[in-house]
Design a protein around this ligand. Structure first.
Ligand SMILES: [Zn+2]
Length: 289
Protein backbone atom coordinates (compact mmCIF):
# COMPACT_ATOMS: atom_id res chain seq x y z
CA UNK A 1 0.00 0.00 0.00
CA UNK A 2 1.37 3.40 -1.00
CA UNK A 3 1.83 5.84 1.87
CA UNK A 4 1.97 9.50 0.92
CA UNK A 5 3.52 10.67 4.18
CA UNK A 6 6.91 9.40 5.25
CA UNK A 7 7.03 9.18 9.07
CA UNK A 8 9.71 11.20 10.88
CA UNK A 9 12.10 8.73 12.53
CA UNK A 10 15.77 8.82 13.52
CA UNK A 11 16.55 5.10 13.40
CA UNK A 12 16.52 2.47 10.66
CA UNK A 13 17.41 -1.19 10.23
CA UNK A 14 18.14 -2.59 6.79
CA UNK A 15 17.57 -6.32 6.83
CA UNK A 16 19.63 -8.71 4.80
CA UNK A 17 20.34 -12.41 4.58
CA UNK A 18 21.10 -12.46 8.32
CA UNK A 19 17.34 -12.32 9.01
CA UNK A 20 16.21 -13.81 5.69
CA UNK A 21 14.86 -16.92 7.43
CA UNK A 22 12.54 -15.05 9.81
CA UNK A 23 9.96 -12.31 9.90
CA UNK A 24 11.74 -9.35 11.42
CA UNK A 25 11.06 -8.14 14.04
CA UNK A 26 7.95 -10.21 14.85
CA UNK A 27 9.72 -13.60 15.13
CA UNK A 28 12.50 -12.32 17.38
CA UNK A 29 10.37 -12.88 20.47
CA UNK A 30 11.01 -9.57 22.23
CA UNK A 31 7.72 -8.36 23.71
CA UNK A 32 9.06 -4.81 24.05
CA UNK A 33 9.03 -4.46 20.26
CA UNK A 34 5.80 -3.53 18.49
CA UNK A 35 5.10 -3.26 14.78
CA UNK A 36 3.10 -0.05 14.30
CA UNK A 37 2.62 -0.25 10.52
CA UNK A 38 3.27 -2.86 7.85
CA UNK A 39 3.38 -2.85 4.06
CA UNK A 40 4.39 0.80 3.84
CA UNK A 41 5.44 1.44 0.25
CA UNK A 42 6.61 4.85 -0.87
CA UNK A 43 6.91 6.51 -4.26
CA UNK A 44 10.37 7.98 -4.75
CA UNK A 45 12.17 9.62 -7.68
CA UNK A 46 13.87 6.22 -8.10
CA UNK A 47 10.64 4.18 -8.18
CA UNK A 48 8.34 2.48 -5.69
CA UNK A 49 10.03 0.95 -2.66
CA UNK A 50 9.80 -2.48 -1.12
CA UNK A 51 7.32 -2.55 1.80
CA UNK A 52 8.73 -1.03 5.00
CA UNK A 53 7.63 -1.60 8.58
CA UNK A 54 7.43 1.06 11.25
CA UNK A 55 8.31 -0.33 14.69
CA UNK A 56 8.60 0.79 18.30
CA UNK A 57 10.94 -0.35 21.05
CA UNK A 58 9.51 0.29 24.50
CA UNK A 59 11.42 2.73 26.71
CA UNK A 60 11.98 0.01 29.32
CA UNK A 61 14.51 -1.54 26.93
CA UNK A 62 16.37 1.55 25.73
CA UNK A 63 19.52 3.20 27.03
CA UNK A 64 17.78 6.43 28.02
CA UNK A 65 14.32 5.10 28.93
CA UNK A 66 12.77 6.76 25.87
CA UNK A 67 11.00 4.73 23.22
CA UNK A 68 12.72 4.24 19.86
CA UNK A 69 10.74 4.33 16.63
CA UNK A 70 12.48 2.79 13.65
CA UNK A 71 11.85 1.97 10.02
CA UNK A 72 12.94 -1.37 8.65
CA UNK A 73 13.04 -2.85 5.19
CA UNK A 74 14.13 -6.43 4.30
CA UNK A 75 16.46 -7.72 1.58
CA UNK A 76 18.37 -4.41 1.44
CA UNK A 77 15.32 -3.03 -0.37
CA UNK A 78 15.97 -5.25 -3.38
CA UNK A 79 12.85 -6.27 -5.29
CA UNK A 80 14.45 -9.50 -6.46
CA UNK A 81 17.76 -11.26 -6.54
CA UNK A 82 19.28 -8.48 -8.62
CA UNK A 83 19.36 -4.82 -7.60
CA UNK A 84 17.23 -3.57 -10.51
CA UNK A 85 15.85 -0.05 -10.48
CA UNK A 86 18.19 1.44 -7.87
CA UNK A 87 16.49 -0.06 -4.79
CA UNK A 88 19.09 1.37 -2.41
CA UNK A 89 18.41 4.85 -3.73
CA UNK A 90 14.67 4.24 -3.13
CA UNK A 91 15.36 3.19 0.46
CA UNK A 92 17.71 6.08 1.16
CA UNK A 93 15.31 8.57 -0.35
CA UNK A 94 12.78 7.42 2.26
CA UNK A 95 15.41 7.66 5.02
CA UNK A 96 16.35 11.16 3.89
CA UNK A 97 12.75 12.34 3.95
CA UNK A 98 12.19 10.61 7.30
CA UNK A 99 15.19 12.38 8.82
CA UNK A 100 16.96 9.11 9.73
CA UNK A 101 20.25 9.67 11.59
CA UNK A 102 21.27 6.11 12.55
CA UNK A 103 21.26 3.13 10.19
CA UNK A 104 22.35 -0.37 11.10
CA UNK A 105 22.33 -3.18 8.58
CA UNK A 106 22.99 -6.89 8.48
CA UNK A 107 23.85 -9.38 5.81
CA UNK A 108 26.21 -12.15 4.86
CA UNK A 109 29.27 -12.54 2.74
CA UNK A 110 32.04 -14.80 1.57
CA UNK A 111 35.15 -14.95 3.71
CA UNK A 112 38.08 -13.59 1.68
CA UNK A 113 40.45 -13.67 4.63
CA UNK A 114 41.35 -17.33 5.06
CA UNK A 115 41.25 -17.01 8.86
CA UNK A 116 37.48 -16.55 8.68
CA UNK A 117 35.18 -19.56 8.88
CA UNK A 118 31.51 -19.84 7.96
CA UNK A 119 29.44 -18.87 10.99
CA UNK A 120 31.88 -16.14 12.08
CA UNK A 121 30.59 -12.61 12.52
CA UNK A 122 32.45 -9.62 11.14
CA UNK A 123 31.69 -5.96 11.77
CA UNK A 124 33.72 -4.18 9.10
CA UNK A 125 35.61 -0.94 9.51
CA UNK A 126 36.21 -0.08 5.85
CA UNK A 127 35.14 -0.98 2.34
CA UNK A 128 36.30 -1.30 -1.26
CA UNK A 129 33.90 -0.68 -4.14
CA UNK A 130 34.37 -3.19 -6.95
CA UNK A 131 30.94 -2.58 -8.43
CA UNK A 132 30.28 -1.05 -11.82
CA UNK A 133 27.11 0.73 -10.74
CA UNK A 134 26.47 4.39 -11.41
CA UNK A 135 26.61 6.70 -8.40
CA UNK A 136 23.53 8.79 -7.58
CA UNK A 137 25.14 10.73 -4.74
CA UNK A 138 24.33 14.06 -6.38
CA UNK A 139 20.59 13.37 -6.06
CA UNK A 140 21.08 13.32 -2.29
CA UNK A 141 23.71 15.96 -1.55
CA UNK A 142 26.01 18.48 -3.21
CA UNK A 143 28.59 18.11 -0.44
CA UNK A 144 31.88 16.35 -0.95
CA UNK A 145 31.87 13.13 1.06
CA UNK A 146 35.10 12.17 2.73
CA UNK A 147 35.24 8.43 3.43
CA UNK A 148 37.14 8.55 6.73
CA UNK A 149 35.59 6.06 9.18
CA UNK A 150 32.85 5.15 6.69
CA UNK A 151 31.41 2.72 9.24
CA UNK A 152 30.41 4.85 12.23
CA UNK A 153 32.71 3.93 15.17
CA UNK A 154 29.93 4.57 17.71
CA UNK A 155 27.38 2.30 15.98
CA UNK A 156 30.15 -0.20 15.30
CA UNK A 157 30.98 -0.58 19.00
CA UNK A 158 27.30 -1.09 19.90
CA UNK A 159 26.95 -3.82 17.25
CA UNK A 160 30.17 -5.45 18.47
CA UNK A 161 29.07 -5.51 22.12
CA UNK A 162 25.72 -7.09 21.26
CA UNK A 163 27.22 -9.54 18.77
CA UNK A 164 29.62 -10.79 21.46
CA UNK A 165 26.62 -11.75 23.58
CA UNK A 166 25.34 -14.05 20.82
CA UNK A 167 28.49 -15.32 19.10
CA UNK A 168 31.93 -16.60 20.15
CA UNK A 169 33.86 -15.49 17.08
CA UNK A 170 33.16 -11.84 16.32
CA UNK A 171 35.73 -9.81 14.37
CA UNK A 172 35.69 -6.10 15.02
CA UNK A 173 38.01 -5.08 12.21
CA UNK A 174 37.81 -5.86 8.54
CA UNK A 175 37.37 -4.62 5.02
CA UNK A 176 34.19 -5.38 3.09
CA UNK A 177 34.60 -5.62 -0.68
CA UNK A 178 31.42 -5.06 -2.66
CA UNK A 179 31.25 -6.98 -5.92
CA UNK A 180 28.65 -6.73 -8.64
CA UNK A 181 25.45 -8.67 -7.88
CA UNK A 182 24.01 -11.18 -8.40
CA UNK A 183 26.83 -13.55 -9.27
CA UNK A 184 29.57 -14.73 -6.92
CA UNK A 185 33.24 -14.25 -7.77
CA UNK A 186 35.87 -16.28 -9.58
CA UNK A 187 38.86 -17.70 -7.69
CA UNK A 188 41.14 -15.18 -9.39
CA UNK A 189 38.87 -12.28 -8.50
CA UNK A 190 38.96 -13.44 -4.87
CA UNK A 191 42.77 -13.62 -4.98
CA UNK A 192 42.77 -10.06 -6.29
CA UNK A 193 40.36 -8.87 -3.57
CA UNK A 194 42.52 -10.59 -0.97
CA UNK A 195 45.65 -8.84 -2.19
CA UNK A 196 43.74 -5.56 -2.25
CA UNK A 197 43.08 -5.91 1.48
CA UNK A 198 39.52 -7.27 1.60
CA UNK A 199 38.40 -9.66 4.37
CA UNK A 200 34.85 -10.36 3.25
CA UNK A 201 32.96 -9.93 -0.01
CA UNK A 202 29.28 -9.15 -0.46
CA UNK A 203 26.83 -7.28 -2.65
CA UNK A 204 25.19 -4.70 -0.48
CA UNK A 205 27.48 -2.22 1.27
CA UNK A 206 27.71 -0.17 -1.91
CA UNK A 207 25.92 2.21 -2.28
CA UNK A 208 24.46 2.13 1.26
CA UNK A 209 27.64 3.26 2.99
CA UNK A 210 28.03 6.46 1.00
CA UNK A 211 24.32 7.23 0.66
CA UNK A 212 24.20 7.21 4.48
CA UNK A 213 26.87 9.87 4.62
CA UNK A 214 25.11 11.74 1.80
CA UNK A 215 21.92 12.05 3.87
CA UNK A 216 23.82 12.87 7.08
CA UNK A 217 23.24 9.55 8.82
CA UNK A 218 25.67 7.26 10.65
CA UNK A 219 25.94 3.73 9.29
CA UNK A 220 27.40 0.40 10.42
CA UNK A 221 26.84 -3.22 9.44
CA UNK A 222 27.17 -6.73 10.82
CA UNK A 223 27.73 -9.71 8.50
CA UNK A 224 27.78 -13.44 8.98
CA UNK A 225 30.38 -15.31 6.98
CA UNK A 226 28.18 -17.70 5.00
CA UNK A 227 30.91 -19.44 3.00
CA UNK A 228 34.58 -19.34 2.10
CA UNK A 229 34.98 -17.22 -1.01
CA UNK A 230 35.79 -19.09 -4.24
CA UNK A 231 39.08 -20.95 -4.35
CA UNK A 232 40.16 -20.01 -0.84
CA UNK A 233 39.48 -23.16 1.17
CA UNK A 234 38.81 -26.22 -0.94
CA UNK A 235 38.29 -28.89 1.72
CA UNK A 236 35.46 -27.24 3.71
CA UNK A 237 32.87 -29.83 4.76
CA UNK A 238 30.61 -27.62 6.89
CA UNK A 239 27.08 -26.30 6.51
CA UNK A 240 25.66 -24.74 3.34
CA UNK A 241 24.97 -21.01 3.27
CA UNK A 242 21.23 -21.63 3.70
CA UNK A 243 21.85 -23.66 6.85
CA UNK A 244 23.65 -20.64 8.28
CA UNK A 245 20.76 -18.36 7.35
CA UNK A 246 18.32 -20.59 9.24
CA UNK A 247 20.53 -20.60 12.33
CA UNK A 248 21.46 -16.95 12.42
CA UNK A 249 18.09 -15.28 11.81
CA UNK A 250 16.97 -14.98 15.44
CA UNK A 251 20.33 -14.10 17.04
CA UNK A 252 21.08 -11.49 14.38
CA UNK A 253 17.55 -10.12 14.74
CA UNK A 254 18.13 -9.78 18.50
CA UNK A 255 21.44 -8.00 17.91
CA UNK A 256 19.73 -5.50 15.64
CA UNK A 257 16.93 -4.70 18.10
CA UNK A 258 19.24 -4.43 21.11
CA UNK A 259 21.60 -2.21 19.15
CA UNK A 260 18.86 0.22 18.11
CA UNK A 261 17.76 0.33 21.75
CA UNK A 262 21.28 1.20 22.89
CA UNK A 263 22.10 4.03 20.48
CA UNK A 264 22.43 7.14 22.66
CA UNK A 265 20.90 10.45 21.66
CA UNK A 266 24.41 11.96 21.54
CA UNK A 267 26.95 9.65 19.93
CA UNK A 268 30.71 9.96 20.18
CA UNK A 269 31.57 10.11 16.48
CA UNK A 270 32.69 12.59 13.85
CA UNK A 271 30.77 11.14 10.90
CA UNK A 272 28.92 14.36 10.03
CA UNK A 273 32.16 16.36 9.97
CA UNK A 274 33.34 14.31 6.99
CA UNK A 275 30.78 16.07 4.74
CA UNK A 276 32.37 19.10 3.17
CA UNK A 277 30.60 22.07 1.61
CA UNK A 278 31.98 23.19 -1.71
CA UNK A 279 32.86 26.91 -1.27
CA UNK A 280 30.46 29.28 -3.07
CA UNK A 281 33.15 30.80 -5.25
CA UNK A 282 33.97 27.32 -6.60
CA UNK A 283 30.31 26.42 -7.07
CA UNK A 284 29.66 29.69 -8.89
CA UNK A 285 32.69 29.25 -11.08
CA UNK A 286 31.48 25.77 -12.09
CA UNK A 287 27.96 27.12 -12.78
CA UNK A 288 29.29 30.01 -14.89
CA UNK A 289 31.34 27.82 -17.17
ZN1 LIG B 1 28.70 8.25 13.43
Amino acid sequence: MIYKDIPKVQYAVIGGSGTWACEFPEDIGLDKVTVLERNMEFETPFGKTMPFKLCRIDGSMTIDGKERIFLTVPFHGWHGLEPYNTPSEQVFWVFKEAGVKNIIVEGSGGGVNHLLDPGDIIIPTDFIDFTKRRSHISAFTNKILRMKDPLCPALHSILYKNAKEEYKRVFQRGVYATSEAPRFESATEIQFYNHAGADIVGHTMIPEVYLSRAIGACYAGLYIVSNHAEGLVTNWKGSSIFDWYRECALPIGRIMIKSIAQIPAEKNCECLSYRTDVPDRITNRIKNN
